[in-house]
Design a protein around this ligand. Structure first.
Ligand code: THU
Length: 157
């Protein structure tokens, strides 16, 4: 029997529909992009994570001449949260990208490895968190749970 998995998300075209907090966090993700170390791909990714206590953690992709040693922006940010705020729940993660190869209106789809890490941090805190993806011209996709980005993920169940 054929089965279909669907992905739930909201598409926001008008930037002003977002809350002030969302707008501020998106700007922080773009600022984080500036700290990317991406001399090999020339593709800069930024992530900002909002914690329940109001603390903000940012991350950006950090590459290495031994290519697989580098890490994506989302994982840099999420592992920082795990290392420094292990008991503080995540409310939202905001993810943006900049690069010659990325048209202004295109939204970065996080890689599978980062989705797997997002799903596990969500399971760990036992509470869903929002994933907000934004293009350079501020078109926005909002997922209400990290698991919505990775249906049928690898896991204990
Ligand atoms: N990258 C991220 O930071 N996040 C993703 O979700 C996809 C890819 C980075 C890895 C590498 O530094 C560059 O983008 C090109 O793949």
């Amino acid at each position: 029997m054929e089965k279909t998995l669907s992905i739930n998300y909201f598409h926001i075209n008008d930037w002003t529909e977002l809350s002030d907090l969302d707008q501020k966090m998106i700007e922080k993700a773009f600022e984080a992009c500036e700290n990317a170390y991406a001399p090999y791909s020339k593709f800069k990714v930024g992530a900002s994570v909002l914690l329940k206590n109001g603390h903000v953690v940012i991350g950006s992709n950090q590459e290495n001449i031994a290519y697989p040693s580098g890490l994506c922006a989302e994982r840099v940010a999420l592992f920082h949260v795990g290392a420094n705020f292990p008991n503080e729940p995540i409310v939202s993660i905001y993810i943006v990208a900049k690069g010659d190869l990325l048209p202004f209106e295109k939204i970065l789809a996080p890689c599978g490895g980062c989705r797997q890490v997002m799903v596990e941090s969500e399971i760990r805190q036992n509470e869903p968190y929002r994933v907000v993806l934004v293009s350079q011209n501020r078109k926005t996709l909002i997922f209400n749970a990290a698991k919505d980005l990775l249906p049928f993920s690898f896991g204990s169940d």
